[in-house]
Unconditional design. Structure first.
Length: 130
């Protein structure tokens, strides 16, 4: 599961990109994917139009509908990827101790030395989503 603030920018785009990679490898039956936000401000909304446009420009449909993290998510998912350190801290605070090992930073899988936070593109232009 991918997690950002409102689940309309970073996490739905990350979910869509990963889903596209999973489909390309024919591994759909091995993954259960989702994304969520630490807050519920956008619950029920589609992803930000800029996120959808970036996805579409790369052949990656961004179809998720925003929702907030639920307590059951900590049990349900094997890996919960936070988009930034604030999200990680909030997830660790909310998670039962037995599931905290599942919470990691999205950019832990990036090149060594990369900024650990995925920048929030919400208040910027289209290029931030790209």
């Amino acid at each position: 599961m991918f997690v950002c603030s409102g689940n309309i920018c970073r996490s739905p785009l990350a979910e869509a990109i990963f889903a596209s990679l999973v489909r390309a490898e024919g591994l759909e039956d091995r993954f259960e994917l989702d994304s969520a936000g630490t807050g519920d401000w956008h619950e029920g909304d589609r992803a930000d139009p800029r996120a959808r446009r970036v996805g579409e420009s790369h052949g990656v449909p961004v179809t998720s509908v925003a929702r907030a993290v639920r307590d059951a998510d900590f049990e349900r998912f094997d890996l919960i990827l936070a988009m930034d350190r604030g999200h990680r801290q909030e997830l660790l605070a909310r998670s039962p101790a037995r599931h905290r090992h599942k919470i990691e930073m999205m950019r832990a899988y990036d090149r060594p030395g990369a900024d650990p936070d995925v920048p929030d593109p919400y208040y910027g232009g289209f290029e931030g989503f790209e």
